[in-house]
Design a binder for this molecule. Structure first.
Ligand SMILES: Cc1cc2nc3c(=O)[nH]c(=O)nc-3n(C[C@H](O)[C@H](O)[C@H](O)COP(=O)(O)O)c2cc1C
Length: 219
């Protein structure tokens, strides 16, 4: 697969087949992704992968610790402004339309959102850890590592969904995994084989065109 094709083919998959991902395959994916760039080659990332009983324990932790207002906690800045507000609204509406869950059906939407905390049925969950002392730069570098995992996985037929929703459970997760004093869990990721028949996986989110995001000077 060409890199440009992979960039277009990678999507967030939110329904998985139960088929397991062998440890050796996950290791291969991480082995490929670890060549992601980072400023000063700091490689400011660490990953904890869970499957089987370890994954079930995290799902149980989520059930026991999720706050009552989980559906109202967002990882975006408050009062999101344009064009970001409309972009976010659009992808959300498109996703729920595929599932035939209207805006008024708050309980239905929350139920779907809660599938996040079961990794959408994926056999593997990843948690990305960064040292709290790191700055904006290193956070961006961690993102490069995550995208590299997504692409290395895709090449091997393995789908993913990045999951910042796990940020709601940062404190109990840190205790559960026993991460270092100075570390924090940034984000999760579901990894597995896509359920191709699931309507939610037909979602193809739009992107702003090049002229909207780029300026060409001196060409
Ligand atoms: C860092 C990061 C965190 C994300 N967290 C979640 C999440 O918690 N739950 C979810 O369903 N999607 C999550 N997403 C997926 C985005 O909604 C998705 O990437 C975006 O809508 C574009 O769609 P695409 O990935 O299918 O191209 C996350 C994406 C990124 C990059």
């Amino acid at each position: 697969m060409k890199v440009s094709e992979a960039l277009r083919a990678r999507i967030s998959v939110r329904a998985y087949k139960p088929d397991p991902i062998p440890g050796a395959l996950l290791r291969e994916i991480l082995d490929a992704a670890r060549f992601a760039p980072s400023g000063g080659n700091l490689q400011p990332w660490r990953v904890i992968a869970v499957a089987g009983a370890a994954k079930d324990a995290v799902i149980a932790l989520a059930k026991a610790n999720l706050p009552g207002d989980v559906g109202k906690r967002f990882v975006y800045p408050p009062d999101l402004w344009e064009p970001y507000r409309s972009r976010r609204f659009k992808v959300g509406e498109e996703m729920y339309a595929l599932l035939s869950i209207p805006r008024e059906d708050k309980a239905g939407r929350l139920k779907q959102f809660m599938r996040n905390y079961e990794f959408f049925g994926a056999p593997v969950g990843l948690f990305f850890i960064i040292d709290k002392r790191m700055g904006y730069g290193q956070w961006a570098h961690l993102g490069m590592f995550m995208q590299s995992i997504a692409l290395a996985a895709l090449e091997r037929g393995v789908a993913n969904c990045m999951q910042e929703c796990w940020a709601t459970l940062r404190t109990p997760l840190a205790a559960h995994f026993g991460v270092g004093e100075t570390e924090m869990i940034y984000c999760g990721m579901a990894l597995g084989y896509a359920d191709e028949a699931a309507p939610i996986n037909t979602l193809r989110s739009a992107r702003a065109g090049v002229d909207e995001i780029a300026e060409f000077r001196g060409f």
